[in-house]
Write a protein that binds this ligand. Structure first.
Ligand code: SAH
Ligand code: SF4
Ligand code: F3S
Length: 470
């Protein structure tokens, strides 16, 4: 039997009732259709959560605005992954104070940062203009919190709740052609530097039926690029009795009717299987891109990070991926300056980067997170030293990316026309997730085009359109 707790349909409809009652109070308070400003920090998981919260706000009668000055409700969905992310939130929340007292809007904080007790306490004491604060486990109760605040005029703080899955929530998607599809929540890996398992709770997977139903809705709504989301998608389905693992799920979504493409993130090398790589090879709708974070190229550091693989296993996965999909585009995350990492150990990361030749990298200087084991480890190197190493890494990668992009010149690639910036240029991404821009018009949006790469700049390609599909 599955241990996953699913929020009952009764509870979801109870929330809808709160929403209806809140809508009346909101109209009375603001004397117009209320407007919400929602800002999301952090990863796509948060973006996806915000799309569901916007769905709930929409059902409560909200319109949306990009201007805080116009907003009757301001919601920040926060991230805790690095200190810098948290400091930005504190700064931006502080700046809302005058706005609050001038306009009397409702201010809401939620997400990974507020799930931490110490942050919630700091907000409670030092930011009295924050009206509602809640954690990652009770997002589906947003209508209830707004109703409670409006009807009692008291502040609402709620960090409790169980690790659960809430189905049947409305979604207001940010993109017309590109969409996020969460397949699982939480993380069980406890990498020693990482706050995510502490703020997002234990791993739990949505049922294949719920995922397929949402994918079908997205395809019917005209979405052409679906990104499956989870902190570790490769452990999809673990602990469930339906027997569908991530490789099987990919095949099921690939088999759905319609002209769309599939991306996914993030894959953890520990659970990346040959079965998954086989599925990627076989599934024509799955993009030729694998984001496989390795964090460090040194085995001592990897063990201290609790990553459960070593350099050799990582390289063997890369080899297996390239054997199956020769033109696969590989990207990764790297942490520079994990506590105690020496320059020699960092050089193993550099050599791995040179050996694999990634398309692009997300690189981070280690940031201590309170409550994680790494925060207790001796960390003798200064930020300046680590920043210098980072500079070296970026230089190496810049040259590799430039060479890889230059090798694409002259190739014909299939690209989804994603954005039009009003300057006669369309922006899209290759199957390998490299940005490309080419001449075009707004009516091309949402269609696939074959584009010839004409020029390689540092981070983006330029191209010219060869054919446009219907
Ligand atoms: N679940 C994903 C990563 C989620 S966090 C995975 O395991 O691959 C995204 C990235 O942030 C991580 O891959 C890591 O490189 C970085 N990161 C996480 N915690 C960090 C910390 N304390 N300091 C610096 N970077 C960190
Ligand atoms: Fe963090 Fe590791 Fe989980 Fe990724 S796998 S979210 S890095 S604990
Ligand atoms: Fe940040 Fe939470 Fe994502 S900590 S990176 S928003 S899971």
């Amino acid at each position: 039997m599955s241990k996953t707790i699913t929020i009952s349909a009764e509870e979801i409809s109870r929330q809808r009732e709160y929403g209806e009652k809140a809508a009346t109070l909101l109209y009375n308070k603001f004397s117009r259709k209320p407007r919400a400003f929602v800002h999301t920090y952090g990863c796509q998981q948060n973006v996806s959560d915000s799309e569901r919260m916007k769905g709930m706000l929409m059902e409560m009668g909200f319109d949306f605005t990009e201007e805080t000055e116009e907003a009757d409700l301001i919601l920040f969905n926060t991230c805790a992954v690095r200190e810098h992310a948290e400091n930005r939130v504190f700064g931006n929340v502080g700046a809302l104070k005058k706005h609050k007292y001038k306009h009397g809007c409702i201010i809401i904080l939620c997400g990974c940062m507020t799930q931490q007790q110490s942050v919630a306490e700091k907000i409670k004491e030092s930011y009295p203009f924050v009206d509602i604060l809640f954690g990652t486990r009770v997002i589906y109760r947003l209508p209830e919190f707004i109703y409670r605040h409006l009807s009692t005029e008291k502040r609402v703080f709620e960090l409790g709740g169980e690790d659960s899955i809430a189905e049947g929530l409305p979604v207001r998607r940010d993109g017309e052609f590109k969409g996020w599809l969460p397949i699982m929540y939480g993380c069980n890996n406890f990498c020693t530097y990482c706050i995510v398992p502490h703020v997002r709770g234990r791993e739990r997977s949505r049922s294949p039926e719920d995922i397929i139903a949402e994918a079908k809705d997205m395809i019917a709504a005209g979405i052409k690029d679906i990104t499956l989301l989870g902190q570790n998608v490769n452990s999809y389905g673990k602990g469930e009795d339906h027997g569908v693992n991530f490789a099987k799920l990919l095949r099921m979504i690939n088999d759905l009717d319609g002209d769309f493409q599939i991306r996914f993130m993030t894959s953890h090398p520990r659970d990346c299987t040959l079965e998954l790589l086989d599925a990627m090879r076989d599934c024509k709708k799955v993009c030729r891109h694998l984001h496989l974070p390795f964090q460090s190229g040194n085995n001592r550091v990897l063990a201290a990070m609790n990553r459960h693989y070593d350099r050799e296993k990582y390289l063997s996965l890369i080899k297996a991926a390239r054997e199956r999909i020769p033109d696969i585009s590989l990207t990764s995350d790297i942490i520079v300056g994990f506590p105690g990492e020496t320059y020699e150990e960092f050089c193993d990361t550099l050599s791995l980067v040179k050996e694999v030749r990634f398309t692009s990298l997300f690189t981070f200087i280690y940031s201590a997170r309170k409550g994680t084991p790494a925060a207790e480890m001796p960390d003798p190197y200064t930020h300046e030293e680590k920043a210098k190493w980072m500079g070296e890494l970026l230089k190496v990668q810049e040259d590799i990316a430039a060479e890889r992009n230059a090798a694409l010149v002259g190739k014909h690639l299939r690209v989804l026309c994603e954005e039009y910036h009003g300057d006669g240029k369309i922006f899209g991404r290759t199957s390998g997730n490299v940005g490309i821009s080419f001449d075009g018009a707004p009516e091309m949006l949402g269609r696939f085009a074959t584009v010839e790469v004409t020029k390689a700049l540092n981070w983006i390609l330029e191209g010219k359109i060869i054919t446009l599909e219907e």
